[in-house]
Design a protein around this ligand. Sequence first.
Ligand code: ZN
Length: 364
Amino acid sequence: MAAESIGEMPRFAAKSAFWAELRAVAKEHLAREAGRGRPSIGDPRLLRKAAVILLWFSLSYAALLSASTLPAALLAALSLAFAAAAIGFGVFHDANHRTLFKRPAANLFAARLGAALLGLSRHFWVHKHQSLHHRQPNVVGWDDDLETRGFLRLSPASAWEPRHRRQEVKALLWYGLNSLEWVFWKDFHCLALGRLNAWHPLELEKHERRELLVCKGLYLILFVVLPFVVLPFLWAAAALVLYHLAFSWVLAAVFQVAHLTPEMEFDGVRAGDDWAMHQLRTTADFATGSRFTTWFTGGLNHQIEHHLFPNVAHSHYSGLRPIVRAVAGRHGLRCHDLGGTFAAIRQHFTLLKTLGARAEPLPS
Ligand SMILES: [Zn+2]
């Protein structure tokens, strides 16, 4: 089925004085950091961290396959889910943004490894995340993170339907089933239809299709077939479901809250806004004071800094944060902060509740 027309891609204004100044100040800061052995790409601190995450993931997997009781299997599956999320945030995401290694081939290898360990298509994800979401966050039709095929209403710019009532409760199930659907259905569906969603065609090249099938095949052998061969059927089934629920909820808690809360803006690209100003209006930081959260989320709690500097290693986001705020303040622009992780999650569910309860859009 052919993709529907979504119209012209939103246009941004020419580079603002804010973005010109911020880029200049950030460039100086990053040059100083590079002089201290902390380069903007291929920071050794992130490579050490990636090694720790992969070790955590491997040990969790070994614990799952060697579990001698059901609670032990479930505990290992839970640990594996959190380690998988850390791979998604700190290995796969960074490698696809080409910030993990200096060498492009090494980033490609890490991205493919992440795709195999997480069971997803690298090409569909890169198009969804980098080409669409990063370019125009919170713009309906152009940010695929808002796309739920009508199950949830994530933006006041989307049409309300009666099924959105109580969506703050239904979202728990929708978010929880996300990776199961993604791994076992959605990628294959996109591949068969030749499009990412209703509006964006994406035909994979032959070698891209081959990569998808190899990664899916490895995933299925390692994380579906082997557990069912080694463990009693019910243990393996329970571990599989728990793994996907936990993995999906953690991904949602990080990726959704940073853009979808009541104080974010959803009215498309405003006249006069350049790309950087649009990122500030639609993106929020959370829990930036927590070193653990920064470590675990691969710096995605510094979502503003990530959106402004997606091609800079996330180890620099804490250092860039005060710079972004100082420059934004000088230009009269606001940087959104949601508070701690649970406060951010609470605000996301407040948005879901409000958008689900009424047909009229929220005042912006
Ligand atoms: Zn990103």
